[in-house]
Design a protein around this ligand. Structure first.
Ligand SMILES: C[S@@+](CC[C@H](N)C(=O)[O-])C[C@H]1O[C@@H](n2cnc3c(N)ncnc32)[C@H](O)[C@@H]1O
Length: 271
């Protein structure tokens, strides 16, 4: 774990307590799924399938996949997140397993292979090396298994996300080796009343970094879709629809805000 990851872990331990209050845990406990139609349709039937969820936070999506019939393992490096995921797992009696681990150390902790490797919604900016990430995905997949991601579109990271009105480009699109340090003076994405105390270090990955890392690792891309909506309020002007999707009304159908991608490990490629 390098110094950047140590700092990020402190932030995520801090944010776990905040998100336990802001993520809709009560509705989840009553049976509401945190998974949307797009993910459910694009991944397809998960019944009886072994699913590995990378960067699962405190497991609401992981446990939702378990409710869909998957046999789930969630991984996250935040001790607080995994502690709460285990609490939920026991309280709701949902068959599942959670592992507290940096994803880059996961081979030391996990020997099984999976039908589905899944990750979603705010994950890539925390990763220091996408080629290693893609190799891990390939390693943990069974032959013919699928990898699926739903993520914010990297183009959104170039705009000033603090101002209303016309989007202004202020950050680079392309990957820089050193991460950017963010000292938080801006509210948390899921609780606008909370200003995080810890800083973070984040990496920008362009679309070609993401796609090429998976191809290089030996995965075959089955589809990549772009959407003009997002799963959280990234810009102050965004408006939410009845299904929880956030839109920039002035830019509808003009710029992508989110993408999904499914890739498959070929039968002959068992690594
Ligand atoms: C935005 S959250 C995950 C998204 C999830 N869908 C959610 O919102 O609940 C990002 C997660 O990545 C985890 N994380 C960041 N870097 C990690 C790493 N190197 N290894 C494992 N987990 C990591 C954080 O602890 C955090 O729980």
């Amino acid at each position: 774990m390098n110094e950047f990851e140590e700092t990020n872990k402190k932030l995520w331990n801090e944010l776990t307590d905040v998100h336990i209050k802001s993520y809709g845990v009560n509705e989840f406990k009553k049976g509401k799924s945190t998974l949307d139609k797009i993910q459910l349709e694009e991944i397809g039937n998960v019944k009886g399938k072994l699913l590995l969820h990378l960067q699962c936070h405190f497991g609401l999506d992981t446990l939702s996949w378990a409710r869909e019939g998957a046999i789930v393992t969630g991984v996250d490096f935040s001790e607080k997140s995994i502690e709460y995921a285990n609490q939920l797992r026991k309280e709701l009696d949902i068959k599942s397993r959670f592992i507290c681990c940096n994803i880059y150390d996961l081979k030391k902790r996990l020997v099984e292979k999976f039908d589905i490797v899944y990750t979603s919604q705010g994950v890539l900016c925390w990763l220091k090396d996408l080629n290693e990430w893609a190799k891990l995905i390939h390693h943990f997949l069974r032959p013919c298994g699928i990898f699926y991601i739903m993520e914010g579109h990297p183009i959104t990271h170039i705009f000033d996300d603090t101002r209303r009105g016309k989007l202004e480009i202020i950050y680079p699109y392309f990957h820089g080796k050193e991460p950017t340090k963010w000292d938080n003076d801006y509210p948390d994405y899921s609780d606008e009343t909370y200003i995080p105390k810890n800083s973070s270090y984040q990496w920008q990955w362009s679309l070609n970094d993401i796609i090429n890392s998976l191809i290089k690792a030996g995965l075959r891309i089955e589809f990549m879709n772009e959407f003009d909506k997002l799963f959280y309020k990234e810009f102050p002007d965004m408006k939410c629809d009845e299904n929880g999707w956030w839109y920039l009304l002035d830019y509808r159908n003009k710029i992508p805000l989110m993408f999904t991608l499914r890739a498959r490990k070929e039968e002959k490629n068992d690594g």
